[in-house]
Design a protein around this ligand. Structure first.
Ligand code: CP
Length: 274
């Protein structure tokens, strides 16, 4: 039976623990894994721009001895001629052993998984989920803090359209004694489906507007970019894009563990990374 990675919850906590150990070993002993995917091909189907996600997935496959095919722009595939995701993935299932897809529409990766005969990795579907970023974020938090339990995590910025925060909240909700602080303008607050799920599980969270109100009590601060490409209205984007500026004057900013999934607009390149 094929497995897909559509949300971070598609891996159990125990599977994630095994993946963290494996990732550490691959990092420490790359030569041991240099032929692990020999003879295998991954298709990277990117209907939306990407630097980090596409190239890190392709680099991983190359480092494991496999090969890469695909497109970085939907205009260069038959999507430009009206081909559906279902038809594209049916065709690609004949060529590749696994596929990673990024698409501007929520649920596109799930549609691909439904029609594919090969495993599908969701590399970001609209403003919904971004599980591969979450695997990186969990690895980073584990390295920075030495644990994934007992943490107060602040998520700041565009919580409405920011798919990385939706996936991170889902993943972190499975660990013990987690508390979230959602920091956003009212227009960009966390969607109800995320907060409803936290309410159902009895996981504490707080919603605030000002970063200064929350920053002092956080173990981790996760900053997100305002997602220009998801706005219907350019005026709203311009009004909200600089709502949060993190600088050293903010209480305790220098001591915080800061994660930022990028990309950063050019003039904010000095934003400290995760
Ligand atoms: N973090 C992330 O998804 O970056 P890219 O858009 O560059 O892939």
């Amino acid at each position: 039976m094929k497995r897909d990675l559509l949300t971070p919850l598609d891996f159990s906590k125990e599977e994630l623990d095994r993946l963290f150990v494996l990732a550490d070993d691959i990092e420490a002993n790359p030569a041991k894994y240099a032929h692990a995917c020999e003879g295998k091909k991954i298709a990277t189907l990117f209907y939306e721009p990407s630097t980090r996600t596409r190239l890190s997935i392709e680099t991983a496959m190359i480092n494991l001895g496999g090969r890469v095919m695909g497109f970085a722009d939907a205009k260069s595939s038959s999507a430009a001629k009206g081909e559906t995701v279902a038809d594209t993935i049916r065709v690609i299932s004949n060529f590749a052993d696994i596929a990673a897809i990024r698409h501007p529409k929520e649920g596109a990766a799930a549609v691909a998984a439904q029609y594919a005969t090969i495993p599908i990795i969701n590399a970001g579907d609209g403003g919904h989920q971004h599980p591969t970023q979450t695997l990186t974020d969990l690895t980073t938090i584990r390295k920075l803090k030495g644990r994934l339990d007992n943490l107060t995590i602040g998520l700041c910025g565009d919580l409405k359209f920011g798919r990385t925060v939706h996936s991170l909240v889902a993943a972190m909700s499975r660990y013990e004694n987690i508390r979230f602080v959602f920091i956003s303008p009212p227009e960009l607050r966390m969607p109800d489906y995320v907060t409803d799920s936290l309410n159902d599980k009895g996981i504490p969270y707080q919603e605030v507007t000002m970063l200064e109100e929350a920053i002092g009590g956080l173990d981790i601060l996760y900053m997100t970019r305002v997602q220009r490409e998801r706005f219907f209205n350019e005026e709203d984007y311009i009004r909200l894009k600089d709502f949060y500026v993190l600088d050293e004057k903010k209480n305790g900013a220098r001591q915080k563990r800061l994660l930022y999934p990028a990309p950063a607009p050019a003039r904010r390149r000095n934003c400290p990374g995760g």
